[in-house]
Design a protein around this ligand. Structure first.
Ligand SMILES: *Cc1c(COP(=O)(O)O)cnc(C)c1O
Length: 443
């Protein structure tokens, strides 16, 4: 099957169509049930913000493979660099015989991440691996063990990152025992806690000081905008207060920017919105246009506290993934995708707010850049409505728009379109969402 030349949404069959359903049947016989799919249409090609499936349907992609294809599917600068690199060599293992692409990605991370201090980076394959290694680095550098995380946090599915993640079902249930020395404190969820940022930070810090002891803490790990937990933006002042407390107490402030990074929120990194400079920053998802790559970037003295051989992995910083990252970063720079994310925000937020106003089933509209969400509640209350959320998402899917849900209560529809998505496709996808909300809310 060759690349699609589709330029608009097109439904040829019901969703999923017969070819996808046949593949789904084959899958059930061989693929583990534990790995599920939001929308089982089988993709045969993708370009920009459109996915073409096995039945010839063309769907608008408001998910970007969970905030990964920020530069759009099949972006030429990514595809060309991947092809070129694959033709030269696919793997040597950076820990055996190194290559320039890895160094170039680390040079780019040095420049792009917040702060002008001396930095180092190390590359991995996944967000969980990056977060887990940030904790390893913080522990080695401080000689301390405790790690502080927050309510609604999501940091991954490996053993340590499961412990860091808040939500039990489906991420943790039955998978214990979990790693010790992980402590969860309340975060900032303005819609539900009604607290200002400094007030929420005070509660978290008080908890840390009284129940853990500031001098026991190696790292505070947090997402500047929480992702899987519900696209929760902390109230202004929360992040700076925690960052300040970390500096004053010799604690490593780790920003998990796996989902928020690489222009997603309208800045290269979401920490920048409040001028927070993390000691360590974990990145992945949007870094490499869909190739598996992740990084920990931060203060040289922290990263270099780990002796040679203490960090790494067979595939970490794979040359093809590095080539893809360099292509992605080039596009983000040249096309100013941070500004493009703000354009998306300016289109989406007013429409979601109007929808909230007119239907009464959306309690909160929030987000930044192209990381936007609507939280569904029973009208006149703050009681989560997960059932309506699910029906809205399904109605969008059936109309050919891929939207994702999230949230501790499963009641958030989140939008993560490619940053390069045209305003036309964005508006069209939003109209589908609009119709889905109105129809389902009146049932
Ligand atoms: C997705 C995600 C992770 C885990 O990344 P994987 O590549 O799936 O391991 C960690 N933190 C955040 C904030 C994420 O969104």
């Amino acid at each position: 099957m060759t690349a699609t030349t589709a330029t608009q949404r097109r439904l040829r069959t019901e969703i999923p169509g017969p070819a996808s359903r046949a593949l789904q049947e084959r899958r059930a016989a061989v693929v583990a049930a534990g790995v599920s799919s939001v929308l089982p249409v089988y993709v045969t090609s993708a370009e920009g913000g459109l996915l073409t499936d096995a039945d010839g349907n063309v769907l608008i992609d408001f998910g970007s493979g969970i905030a990964v294809t920020n530069v759009g599917h099949a972006a030429p600068a990514v595809v060309d660099r991947v092809r070129e690199q694959a033709g030269r060599f696919t793997h040597t293992c950076f820990m055996v015989t190194p290559y320039e692409g890895y160094v170039e990605v680390c040079e780019a991370l040095d420049k792009l991440t917040p702060g002008t201090h001396e930095k180092r980076s190390v590359l991995f394959n996944s967000g969980a691996e990056a977060v887990e290694n940030a904790v390893k680095i913080a522990r080695a550098a401080t000689g301390r063990q405790a790690v502080v995380v927050f309510d609604h946090a999501y940091h991954g599915r490996t053993n340590l990152t499961m412990a860091l993640t808040a939500k039990s079902i489906p991420y943790k249930h039955g998978f214990g025992p979990f790693a010790p020395e992980v402590y969860r404190v309340p975060g900032s969820y303005p819609y539900r806690d009604g607290l200002s940022g400094p007030e929420a930070a005070r509660i978290a810090i008080d908890r840390i000081e009284k129940q853990i002891g500031g001098d026991q803490v190696a790292a505070v790990v947090l997402e500047p905008v929480q992702g899987e937990g519900g696209f929760i933006e902390p109230a202004p002042g929360f992040l700076p207060a925690l960052s300040r407390w970390c500096t004053e107490n010799g604690v490593v402030f780790v920003a998990d920017e796996v989902q928020t990074g690489f222009c997603r929120t309208g800045e290269w990194f979401a920490s920048t919105h409040e001028e927070v400079v993390p000691d360590l920053i974990a990145t992945a998802k949007g870094i490499a246009g869909g190739l598996p790559l992740a990084a920990v970037t931060g203060r040289a003295e922290l990263l270099d506290a780990v002796p040679p051989g203490g960090l790494g992995g067979t595939y970490g910083g794979n040359p093809i993934a590095c080539a893809a990252a360099l292509g992605s970063i080039e596009i983000m720079r040249q096309e100013n995708l941070a500004a493009s994310a703000k354009r998306i925000e300016n289109t989406v937020l007013p429409r979601l707010r109007a929808l909230a106003e007119e239907t009464g089933v959306i309690g909160d509209v929030r987000g930044r850049g192209a990381m936007l969400a609507a939280e569904f509640v029973k009208p006149g209350t703050t009681e989560p409505d997960a059932d309506l959320t699910k029906r809205v998402a399904q109605a969008c899917h059936q109309a050919g728009v891929v939207v994702l849900t999230c949230g501790t209560y499963g009641n958030v529809v989140r939008l993560l379109p490619p940053l390069s998505l045209s305003t036309e496709l964005l508006e069209e996808g939003l109209s589908v969402l609009d119709h889905a909300v109105r129809t389902e809310a009146s049932k």
